[in-house]
Design a protein around this ligand. Structure first.
Ligand code: RRO
Length: 304
């Protein structure tokens, strides 16, 4: 029996270990580096209606315990994604979650409407939380009313599960989570990157062309744990945890606070097989402990 299977909406995932959007391209880049069938899902790099070139370089900076990025959503656009990227993705023995973003609420509706006609997609992740673009980006998950409305508008057009990806750069992530739950989301994923900055004192210049960027990696794990815990307490829909997960132990911490699934992001740049190894580790852990994943989820003990 599979001790680690999960569901989001009406879709079953063989295990709860996913690779995070923007850290795994469209999977073809990782061909031969890991066994795709060992991971629960691939979340694609964000797709927009039109192609985008992204922000000017430099757009990556390594920090003491993480990474700053200001990539700016470069992607091939929805039509080329369907024509050139989906043929590879749909043949993989894992779930495919397409991450989508728009400049306006209507863009999200139009992209999802288009993707509804395409085979081989299992769910959508609505990116309401990119910190690196001027129009759209994290504004969609900074305002509860907008977040709820756009989720509800997309919900009407989608027969597939909707996972809404939230920004931590807000006063109350749980209020936004509640709003998208109300709008009909099947799950939330959190956290996208935290706004951060690095400076070169010698040249007195910022390290990134856009001055600020999104911080990811081990530095943000404690923050992600706290945000995921908050979401798990307030929401009834599943929470997909993201934020500095580098190994099995990190992933287990997120299950204990209540996450249903986790996404591996920055770690893919260090070890491309990391997500597959964590998934294997989770199978082994559950077998050794004679535990179902469901018993682990939300098992945090707190004194009353
Ligand atoms: O492309 C990016 O700059 C980017 C995106 Br879309 C996102 O959601 N989060 C992030 O840290 N970078």
């Amino acid at each position: 029996m599979n001790k680690v299977a999960i569901r989001i909406g009406d879709v079953a995932f063989a295990n709860p270990i996913m690779v995070a959007s923007g850290t795994f391209g469209y999977a073809q880049e990782f061909d031969g580096l890991l066994d795709f069938s060992q991971i629960g899902a691939i979340v694609t790099k964000t797709v927009t209606l039109e192609p985008r070139t992204g922000n000017p370089p430099p757009r990556i900076w390594e920090t003491a315990a993480g990474m700053l990025n200001s990539i700016g959503l470069p992607n091939v656009g929805v039509e080329e994604f369907i024509a050139k990227k989906m043929p590879f993705l749909r043949n993989l023995a894992t779930r495919i979650v397409v991450n989508v973003a728009g400049k306006t609420g209507d863009d999200y509706v139009r992209i999802v409407e288009r993707l509804q006609q395409v085979d081989g997609i299992d769910a959508y992740e609505l990116n309401f939380s990119c910190p690196n673009v001027k129009q759209g980006g994290m504004s969609f998950s900074a305002d509860a009313q907008i977040a709820e409305r756009v989720t509800a508008d997309v919900r009407k057009k989608s027969q597939r599960p909707l996972i809404v990806k939230l920004t931590p750069n807000v006063t109350s992530i749980a209020d936004i989570g509640k709003a998208v739950e109300q709008g009909g989301a099947d799950a939330v994923s959190a956290i996208n990157t935290l706004v951060g900055m690095a400076v070169d004192v010698k040249s007195r210049r910022p390290r990134l062309s856009t001055i600020t960027g999104g911080l990811s990696g081990p530095a943000i794990k404690p923050i992600a744990l706290a945000k995921v815990y908050e979401l798990c307490r307030k929401l009834t829909i599943p929470v997909v945890a993201i934020g500095g997960i580098m190994n099995l132990q990190d992933a287990l911490e997120f299950f204990v606070v209540g996450a249903t699934a986790v996404q591996i992001g920055t770690a893919n740049f260090i070890n491309p097989a990391c997500a597959a190894e964590i998934a294997q580790g989770l199978h082994g852990y559950c077998r050794a402990q004679n535990l179902n994943l469901q018993e682990l989820i939300g098992s945090l003990r707190v004194e009353k």
